[in-house]
Design a protein around this ligand. Sequence first.
Ligand code: UD1
Ligand code: CA
Length: 456
Amino acid sequence: MTSTDIVILAAGKGTRMQSALPKVLHQLAGQPMLAHVLAAADTVANGKKIVVTGHGAEQLEQATATSGSIFVQQTEQLGTAHAVQMAVPHLRADAKVLILYGDVPLISPDTISKMLTAVSAKNISLLTINLDNPMGYGRIVRNQVGEIDSIIEQKDANPEQLAIKEINTGVLALGTNQLIEWLPQIGNNNAQGEYYLTDLIALARANGYNITSIQPTSTTEVEGVNNRIQLSQLERAHQLQLAEALMLSGTTLADPSRFDQRGKLSAGTDNFIDVNCIFEGQVHLGSGVRIGPNCHIVDSIIGDGVEIKSNTVIESADIGNFATLGPFARIRPGTKLGKNTKVGNFVETKKTIVGDGSKINHLSYVGDAELGENVNVGAGTITCNYDGVNKHKTDIGDGAFIGSNSTLIAPVTIGEQGFVAAGSTLTQDVSASALAVSRSKQRNIEGWKRPTKKDS
Ligand code: UD1
Ligand code: CA
């Protein structure tokens, strides 16, 4: 049994979500719940993923088309055993099979690994947990010597069984050959008229198998989502875990309850993150980074000692060491800021390389541009990169000075140490060290009379 087939049940309608979107496509930490389960399944060596779909099957397949999963449809939801039966044609003989649920998104690779390790020729493994309030769950029935004998569903349980606090999480692992042999023996003679996968446990016992119970490290691993309240609770619990991991690795959070990570975040040490920051996709923070409140950082690399002031948005950018950004800066895809650069308030950059020590301090748009080192871009400077049809480039050499409110009509090049007078509209290149003045000369009209209001 060196390979494992992972069957993920996701056929349910999720009525209580009150949604046109299939339940398992609702997002947790920025990803569909099902994607979390698939990612956990991907940690299994020699694994093969089989997703059982039903309601919204097409949407589900589309949304996870690149996951390398096999999709099988369960057109009628006749119970969990019936759902697993749909996957049987795709199961490999002599393998292990692991059952997961699309609406139980936070199962951990560690728990999965423990489950699979416990599976042997005479043993199956079951993920159980003790709950103060076991209401609604299948109860774990143990014999006098403490061995698991069966699972009894809430609706079929007697008062004595209802008092049992150890519940079935639904996650289970066993030999594929046994599953294929026992599944057809499961009937639907129970309170719900469903084919219960949980009946496998009693069948395993009847066939002389032992059941090993494994417990998850955290209850969030086994919490299912049935409505949007539960989704939000699981989201916050998960975010708190991510926040705590970040703090333990050396980053201070002003308030871990106001932190959101929707993807992968790696970080050095001695960073400080103020409240309400969102990290999306793949983000890396160096060390000694300070991030002010309300920043949104997506798919970016932030160097050491960078200071990001409040309300700054950064997407697909590379920020060099000791750069200072914001407040209210918008750094769009393809921006690469060098060391010790400054991008100040109400500045938008896009597809722009900014050399070390250069500054764009106020109210500018700089797009499709390349700035050398120690360039100073004055307030209100605009690169006119778009002629209505095509995009053009602006090149600014080392040490150049762009006066405030300049309009740089691309394609245009400003040579090293070039100087552009404030308020200029450049349509021609500026050679190195030259002064470009491109604006009408000031005339003062002495004794000029203001217009007067006409009688109407
Ligand atoms: C199931 C278990 C119960 C356990 C609980 C944990 C059974 C009989 N009972 O109960 O012991 O405590 O999970 O949450 O297994 N599904 C399908 N096709 C079906 C039926 C269900 O794909 O025909 C999927 C659902 O979409 C859902 C999952 O299987 O994701 C569980 O089904 P659900 O009906 O919610 O099971 P429970 O009654 O909660
Ligand atoms: Ca049910």
